[in-house]
Design a protein around this ligand. Structure first.
Ligand code: GRF
Length: 199
């Protein structure tokens, strides 16, 4: 499976996907990193791993459609089959959604539909929940609203700080994302949502 990963920041999930490929637990190749924050640390990770990068600044384009068209050209020219968002801080628009229908997934650091959007870990901390976690879901036009593929819970113990919780969630994410991608690639036709098959 030829993957593109979209990321905006640190890229620890990007790294976990590369590591899973390297150790043979994920059968895929990462053919492109798309990054909307030139200078983000994820770009250094890509350089170190020899992954080609397309970076852009949204402000250099007149609208989302324009930059997504350019992204789409890069994806097509590299034969990208599947897109994994990993800390990409933008909503995906119609250009990419229609070209990659049911072939874009995202990881989110909460048990959706709880705490969508920005700072999900801070939201969970403020709410004082005792259980939070991570979710992998298909991407649609909404904010963290697409069909849920996999979730893993993380318990919050008394006295834990927001940083402690973040570290636990990230640890879970780094296992869950590569594992779920492999399941998707192996198990086409086996993902259910509202009782019916999504792919
Ligand atoms: C992760 O917590 C992911 O769930 C969220 O953004 C964060 C990205 O972290 N969408 P990193 O850049 O992969 O370290």
């Amino acid at each position: 499976m030829k993957l593109a990963i979209f990321a905006s920041g640190n890229g620890s999930n990007f790294q976990s996907i590369l590591d899973a490929i390297e150790n043979g637990t994920l059968q895929a190749t990462v053919e492109l990193l798309v990054c909307d924050k030139p200078g983000a640390f994820v770009m250094e990770r890509a350089a170190a791993a020899g992954v080609p990068v397309f970076s852009f600044s949204a402000k250099d384009y007149s609208n989302k459609e324009e930059y997504e068209q350019e992204i789409l050209e890069k994806l097509k020219s590299r034969g990208i089959e599947f897109i994994a968002l990993a800390g990409y801080m933008r909503l995906i628009g119609n250009v990419l959604l229609s070209a990659y229908e049911k072939r874009i997934v995202n990881i989110h650091p909460s048990l959706l539909p709880a705490f969508p959007g920005k700072d999900a870990i801070g939201q969970a901390f403020e709410a004082g929940v005792k259980v939070t976690g991570a979710t992998i879901h298909f991407v649609d036009a909404g904010m963290d609203t697409g069909p849920i593929i996999a979730q893993q819970a993380v318990e919050i113990s008394d006295g834990e700080t927001e940083e402690d919780i973040a570290a636990k969630i990230h640890q879970v994410e780094h296992q869950l994302y590569p594992k779920t991608l492999q399941q998707i690639f192996e198990g086409s036709g086996k993902i259910f949502y509202h009782g019916s098959t999504v792919v």
